[in-house]
Design a protein around this ligand. Sequence first.
Ligand code: SAH
Length: 344
Amino acid sequence: MKILLDNDLNELQQLMLDLNEPKFRAKQLYDSLLLGQNVDENTTLPKLLKEKLSDYIWQPIKIYKTYEGKDAVKFLYKLNDNNIIEGIVMFHKYGNTLCVSTQVGCRMGCKFCASTLDGLLRNLTCGEILGQVVAVNKYLGGNIADRKITNIVLMGSGEPLDNYDNVLKFLKMVTDKNSFTFSKRNISLSTCGLADKIDKLADDFAGIVLTISLHSSTQSKRQEIMPIAYKYDLTTLINSVKNYAIKSGRRVVFEYTLIDGVNDSIEDAKNLSKLTKGLMCHINLIPLNFVKERNLQTSKNIYNFEKQLKNMGCSVTVRNSMGSEIDGACGQLRRKHLAEENNE
Ligand code: SAH
């Protein structure tokens, strides 16, 4: 079955013409889809057209379970093929940030991450990525003009740049004035460092905030915890980051998860400061969320590490782990759910 939300307004207009329907029906359909309506909730389209669309999926994302924390709500979504993905919305003073997934599972193999434990199951389509925004906006009582999500981060399960075409189309659709009109600066894309795709993004869609999961500032250590570093070494990665910063005019964010005894020494802080010197950037230090299957602990040295970096002139903050009491780290909730299902 085809997903209607995989189509932008132009494509829906073409679909209407193919179905011998007037073009204006496309906008009515698009609005309805973006409001999170299913065919039976739609009141604007004629019955005959709805029948012509009976082979299509209206909403590709169904909220399956919710977990409410004090400053966040975590979601398990069910896809049409019964795969499960997860998401989280975090309530900040400045607005609500939705973290979206881009793949079911992940094939990047980072040693501390839960999303990658089963490998990649499949890519999400652009409609399935957009559908997460639609579903949560509806859940929070928003609509298109008055949306309840102000920021989007592509930081859920999956590697966004490993699903490049769908992610790019999603970015174009979600920023489109016929849709939710997100501004680019309110969208962050987090990548483990596919340098060639960062270069491509700099040409195709610069302006969104690029976030690099760095986690180590030396090549050999980075290889140990992030296999992607074998393919794109630090020098190549940093060159692509510089290029992106120039083309987008925005500072880049480095994510650095502090793991006890692995990447949290004073030497590591010095290397990190050296690596990022002269780059328009900010460093986010993240306490490691404990993942049962991984034998790694969070660092006891987080605030000292931050102080070292500050003393060396870096722009740095420690990110509080919102939602960690409800398994906010990517991939953890899905795994827990699957394990519970298997025990039932
Ligand atoms: N593949 C992308 C996006 C998904 S991961 C990327 O690598 O950036 C989103 C962020 O969560 C990344 O910075 C990732 O390194 C981090 N992360 C993964 N597992 C974590 C854990 N157990 N504790 C803390 N951060 C984690």
